[in-house]
Design a protein around this ligand. Structure first.
Ligand code: FHN
Length: 589
């Protein structure tokens, strides 16, 4: 076998790896190979950190309005939300004529914003191809007055401007094809099987996208649905045509892809040992929607990017071109402001890794290895009024500290609490000012634990909890209600939740918790410093009704680190939702 052929076979095996089951030893070898392969393919992506997502389609012509009415949800869902028959929806294609579109200018905007990759909707759930599909004339070249292959123009512009290019493709939902999933409202459809849709449309289109548009950095699948194994495998195997392509985790069940996706929110707990990305629209809707003024502020967007980078993820920020092919001024302004910030501070984002310094009151921290040294980038959101910035738990001596903007050197002082940096009176940047620390020696950080404050209080919130789920199960998990995290779906009575915290004050502490209980009663224990506290909680009237409850007193004999654990009572447990546990110092021992 020639080396090239061998490489193709190997990459096929590797790419198919996560989805095919094999004998155990083979699987172990494959695992090692897959990891090496994944590392080499993911290098640019891990360095990039920031990308542009683009949702653009024929729905953009009317900005999500149907018969003069605003429809709920994102604009690209208008066909489904308005239950628009296929023949009627097709008319939007005849109006699609984005004469102001200029691919080079468009990609230039992403580049100037500091984005390193771009992922665009080649085909969304409505089934309309934004490229010259060869297997279906329901596409931008054949069915619109515009008649240009938008994907080709953007792919070429990305290539020219050194932006990695990726396709979004809705592989399972297709509301236009009689075999696609999702269209339940158009009763004129003469159904064919989903397998037939995959063979007739999805496979040829994906093949075309992977062979006629130059190097593809990312293939971004969306909304996995129950496809047959055969369909799933045929789509999955196509990615071998571009051995370097990266895929997300949305092709189908059991296929993790190269990275995990989070949509519209930043995860509270980072996935262990996995690459991940947060995609989020710049406003409320993914596709251009008239009247959507829900633009996130520039500060919010910059801080989102920082927060995600500080946790080790990538940020894929979505913009929505109008029917004319341009972005709204609100989006342009934000992209330019982000770009201005990145011009000065990009070093603190690109190629950085998750930082071990977490739970900071004043902002976030990213980390980078450079010339054998560790650089810490302190992103200060809240500039300290007394000019003293504490990096809690940092044990290292500091070789050099400076503001990233202008390089002004700063004074550092090591104390038992960490490193304190003396800052100038005024923050240099209204969004986030960055301080760079060059650290001496191997990074040494004591965990930044919740600590009993000067008033004798510590609040242990759900998002800071460690959840002990049995054998990797997920029967207790972090959930949100009214934007506040809680531990919920606590169905497994063997699952427990714990926090480690620090106190400088031995003494008697009152234990309080904010909980909601649905069933008439539930029993659980709080264990701290070797003392169990049994709690019986009455129904609070439903999972949405949280109450603060005094659970009793506990004695702590020594200052230092302690672990508090909440554990269901095996016999009388009914799942509770737990928002927080609080300890209040009452008196010395
Ligand atoms: O249904 C789509 C939605 O329209 C949009 O494309 C997002 C982007 O991640 N994905 C789907 C929902 O998960």
């Amino acid at each position: 076998m020639r080396t090239q052929e061998l490489a193709v076979v190997l990459s096929t095996i590797i790419l198919l790896g996560p989805c095919v089951s094999n004998a155990q030893d083979e699987a172990a070898t494959k695992d090692v190979q897959a990891r090496a392969d994944n590392d080499s393919r993911m290098t640019w992506w891990r360095e990039a950190k920031f990308g542009m997502f683009v949702h653009w389609g024929v729905y953009s012509v009317v900005g999500g309005k149907y018969k003069g009415q605003d429809l709920p949800n994102s604009a690209e869902w208008m066909m489904a939300r308005g239950k628009i028959p296929i023949t009627e929806y097709e008319k939007y294609a005849a109006q699609f004529n984005p004469t102001k579109f200029d691919a080079n200018e468009f990609v230039g905007r992403a580049k100037r914003a500091g984005m390193k990759y771009l992922v665009i909707t080649a085909k969304h759930h409505d089934g309309f191809a934004m490229f010259g599909s060869k297997c279906s004339d329901y596409n931008v070249v054949d069915k619109t007055p515009f008649g240009r292959d938008i994907m080709k123009e953007i792919a070429d512009a990305c290539q020219k401007q050194d932006i990695k290019f990726g396709f979004y493709y809705s592989q399972a939902q297709d509301w236009h094809h009689p075999g696609g999933f999702g269209n339940s409202w158009d009763k004129t459809i003469k159904r064919v099987s989903n397998d037939q849709y995959v063979m007739d449309k999805a496979v040829p289109e994906v093949t075309q996208l992977l062979t006629e548009y130059g190097p593809i950095g990312i293939f971004w699948w969306d909304t996995p649905r129950k496809m047959s194994r055969k369909s799933f495998d045929s789509l999955h195997s196509l990615t071998r045509m571009q051995p370097h392509v990266i895929t997300n985790d949305r092709l189908g069940e059991g296929c993790a892809g190269d990275y995990k996706t989070f949509e519209r929110h930043i995860p509270r707990q980072v996935p262990v040992g996995k690459d991940w990305e947060v995609c989020m629209p710049i406003s409320g809707s993914w596709g251009y929607k008239i009247g959507d003024n829900d633009f996130k502020s520039t500060t919010k967007l910059i801080r989102n990017l920082i927060e995600i980078a500080s946790m080790g993820g990538n940020y894929l920020l979505n913009v929505s071109p109008t029917g004319e092919g341009t972005l709204l001024p609100a989006a342009v302004e934000r992209l330019e402001s982000i770009g201005a910030w990145m011009d000065i501070n990009g070093e603190s984002i690109y190629g950085t890794q998750r930082s071990p310094i977490e739970n900071l009151q004043w902002g976030r921290c990213t980390r980078k290895q450079h010339d054998g040294k560790t650089l810490l980038y302190l992103h200060v959101f809240h500039w300290p009024q007394d000019g003293q910035l504490l990096v809690p738990g940092l044990q290292n001596n500091i070789e050099h500290a400076s503001l990233l903007d202008g390089g002004v050197p700063l004074q550092c002082n090591r104390t038992s609490d960490g490193v304190t940096i003396t800052l100038p009176a005024k923050a240099p940047d209204p969004h986030a000012s960055v301080v760079v620390l060059k650290v001496k020696g191997t990074l040494d950080v004591a965990p930044n634990l919740p600590t009993v404050d000067a008033r004798g209080k510590v609040v242990l919130t759900a998002d800071k909890a460690y959840i002990n789920n049995n054998e990797g199960g997920a029967n207790a998990g972090l959930r949100m209600h009214n934007n506040i995290p809680h531990i919920g779906y606590w169905l497994d009575r063997n699952a427990s939740v714990e926090w480690t915290f620090r106190t400088r004050q031995p003494g008697e502490y009152e234990v309080r918790a904010v909980i909601s209980v649905q069933k008439p009663k539930s029993r659980f224990s709080i264990k701290l410093a070797g003392q169990p506290l049994m709690v019986e909680a009455d129904s609070t009237g439903g999972y949405g009704n949280y109450v603060e409850k005094n659970l009793g007193m506990i004695r702590i004999d020594q200052a230092g680190e302690h672990t508090l654990r909440v554990k269901p009572d095996a016999a009388e447990w009914n799942p509770i939702n737990l928002r927080q546990v609080e300890l209040r110092f009452k008196k010395p021992n």
